[in-house]
Design a protein around this ligand. Sequence first.
Ligand SMILES: *Cc1c(COP(=O)(O)O)cnc(C)c1O
Length: 435
Amino acid sequence: MSHPTSFLLTPDAIPTAWYNLNADMPEPLPPPLHPGTRQPAGPDDLAAIFPENLIMQEMSPDRWIEIPEPVRDIYALWRPTPLLRAVRLERALDTPAHIYYKYEGVSPAGSHKPNTAVAQAYYNKEAGTKRLATETGAGQWGSSLAFACSLFGLECTVYMVKVSYNQKPYRKMMMHVWGAEVFASPSDQTEYGRAVLQQDPDCPGSLGIAISEAIEDTVRTAATKYSLGSVLNHVCLHQTIIGQETIKQMEMAGEAPDVLIGCVGGGSNFAGLVFPFIQHKIANGDSCRIVAVEPTACPSMTRGELRYDHGDTAGMTPLMMMDTLGHTFMPPPIHAGGLRYHGMAPMVSHAHKLGLIDAVALPQTRVFEAAVQFARSEGIVPAPESAHAVAGAIAEARAAKEAGQKCVIVFGMSGHGMLDLTSYEAYLAGALQDV
Ligand SMILES: *Cc1c(COP(=O)(O)O)cnc(C)c1O
């Protein structure tokens, strides 16, 4: 073989601690605020919906947080995940760039989300929680949490955005296989869902509405806690195993990234990939560029405002300082369901404000064009969310060609698209539109 194309680690290379960028941020992160008083929210304000051990992590100033052994044991079912070099894509693009991607699609649910689902299920089990309630868009998070709950013997209830529930049934079926209960949101299970349905019986639902339903369910049901698959500090923290492994794998490849790229919905897979590299950037003054790619249809980082906003539509969650389009923003129905969120993780927003990362927005037709080119050269069909990172990487590789300069590109392939094939079918039939 002319070039090694896969960089594989053994199970003993699974990280032993999560990395907390808050310990190294040049300025402290603004605290969350209580939605009623607008005073800084303390641990007590979160205790109704999260267990204390996760609240402590959410607020932790520690740089490293040890990963419990039972969590590492479960990670070993699919981790360490591969880092691959896309040599065939490089050839197809005729670029001097080297393109690497970290592939999280090998997890049981097919994305990076089990990295935090398993940790959250573990800490809830430890804290005596019996049941977890959550929301899901296209079903990636719901299926990941259903999987994690099945391993720890927890009940799991998922409010799934109605349009996906009807149009993308396979992840709902996976949730059923893993033993979870799934409701189409807005549902008749909650006051808030009933109120939304009364106003608009045909409401297709949104992540913000589903979050409100899951939180209402949580606060009124005993031994139930709420679980969120993105945005929060502890979620970003759990995902940092991605970047830590990637650093070791790039050492195996004998190269250092000039540019790191990830797709952003709530920001967690991007945070997981890039935060460990930002640690090096802050410590050593590395010049690596870091780029978040979002859809033009839901551009919280490139078109939103940095301000305090709610995480849900009903305004029940604490206010977080984040890049936001406003908590009542209803994103148009694009195919990357996991990127249709009005806000951005406070940690990612803060890194953006401090100039540690950049953001770009891409329209979905360009994103699918890139994903199909990737599939036809490298084989893997990317998740529509991950396809944003693919498109970002291809744009960088083209720029390297124009400049006639070698450039080492590393991007996060957050999941596979095997359950999103109807989106590809629509693209190939010319039925996808940019909004
Ligand atoms: C959920 C999801 C995303 C978006 O969520 P982030 O928190 O921004 O990572 C991206 N890719 C895949 C495959 C997803 O399932």
